[in-house]
Design a protein around this ligand. Structure first.
Ligand code: ZN
Ligand code: ZN
Length: 360
């Protein structure tokens, strides 16, 4: 009995010593973990770890609605070792960094149209890229007519910040010439539905006309890299132009809005006496695409994978994705995914593979 008692005393003493040790060394252990994590982040090169091919990083899959899973529009295209960003909604820079890509390495930005949820994050992206890249050239940004109005306005609103940061860090650290945006506006002539903007031996990026009336011009982008392809619809009604150029693409990244869920929101707003809000919920239905209509476009085009983005309204309730999709899975025979932020689609060149993961 006494030996059992002394054994328990020893266990208790060891327990107290371990607890004291943890308390004393906790900060050292935490510092060690932080240092290791910093070393790993500083040395990692996500681009170098990717196979050669075309990759789609979904850095914003929502709409102007507040949504915990989905920031405003942002689609990062990685073609070989180049990065092109399609639309820059609020939180784009944050999500790109959370997906372990560097805004400093973005080759160019491509804007689909000038609704706020597609441009809200331009200033933040522009500043982060300037301060972190060490580049002495402004960031090229492509967009349809109206682009200069946006870029000059954004640059003007960050003019003071430009001075603060340049004075603080010095010309040898961040180059004043590297500040800002270099607008590359383009124009689709009447009757013209496609315009190639970037062309290298392995890469082609074209703007295609879409239908987001009364927002005009409004475009989507078709990207081909070696033997792989992606079409990003931008905001549009179901479009014959999208169907035409999505022919046989590896991935169709298409916007989707549920008329049924929007109708429920409208009724809720009217019930609460918020008539103007109810009208807005009703108005937006006519210049977006119902998922079942998108499924038809994808099926007609023989697109190999359908990725819904610009999800509206938020799919907060369990099972609401099923209501959002409706009969889409009966209409389109390929795989369908309703994107969330962090989704990463990898299309290695020289293969038919579509690898889907989430980088968050
Ligand atoms: Zn829009
Ligand atoms: Zn939008």
């Amino acid at each position: 009995m006494s030996s059992r008692l002394s054994f328990l005393k020893w266990i208790f003493a060891l327990f107290i010593l371990a607890a004291l040790g943890i308390a004393v060394f906790q900060k050292q252990v935490t510092r060690f973990i932080i240092t290791k994590a910093i070393d790993q982040r500083m040395q990692e090169n996500t681009m170098a770890s990717l196979p050669d091919g075309l990759h789609i990083a979904m850095c914003g899959t929502g709409s102007p609605f507040p949504d915990k899973l989905r920031a405003e529009s942002c689609t990062l295209i990685i073609a070989g070792q180049e990065m092109y960003l399609i639309d820059v909604g609020d939180n784009s820079s944050r999500n790109i960094a959370l997906m372990r890509f560097a805004t400093a390495n973005i080759n160019a930005v491509l804007i689909t149209h000038y609704h706020s949820d597609h441009i809200d994050g331009i200033g933040q992206l522009m500043t982060q890229r300037w301060a972190s890249s060490g580049s002495s050239e402004s960031l090229p940004i492509y967009g349809p007519k109206g682009l200069e109005e946006i870029t000059s306005g954004v640059m003007k609103s960050y003019a003071l910040d430009r001075v603060y940061r340049h004075n603080h860090h010095g010309e040898e650290t961040i180059h004043d010439n590297g500040f800002g945006l270099k607008p590359m506006a383009f124009n689709l002539a009447d009757g013209q539905d496609i315009l190639e903007l970037i062309k290298t031996p392995d890469l082609s990026i074209s703007a295609i006309r879409v239908d987001h009336q009364p927002v005009d011009p409004s475009v989507g982008y078709l990207i081909r890299y070696k033997d792989r392809s992606v079409l990003v619809s931008g905001d549009t009604k179901p479009s014959t132009v999208v169907a035409k150029y999505a022919k046989d693409v590896d991935v169709l990244v298409h916007e989707g809005l549920s008329p049924e869920l929007m109708q429920m929101l409208k009724l809720g707003a009217l019930k609460a006496g918020r008539d103007k809000l109810g009208k807005i919920f009703s108005d937006v239905i006519d210049y977006h695409s119902a998922p079942e209509d998108v499924a038809k476009v994808a099926q007609d085009a023989h697109a190999k994978y359908l990725l819904f983005t610009h999800i509206a309204p938020p799919l907060a309730a369990p099972g609401s994705e099923k209501i959002f999709l409706g009969k889409s899975k009966e209409i389109y025979s390929g795989p369908i995914k309703v994107a969330v932020d962090g989704d990463f689609i990898s299309l290695p060149s020289g293969s038919q593979q579509v690898k889907v993961s989430n980088a968050f």
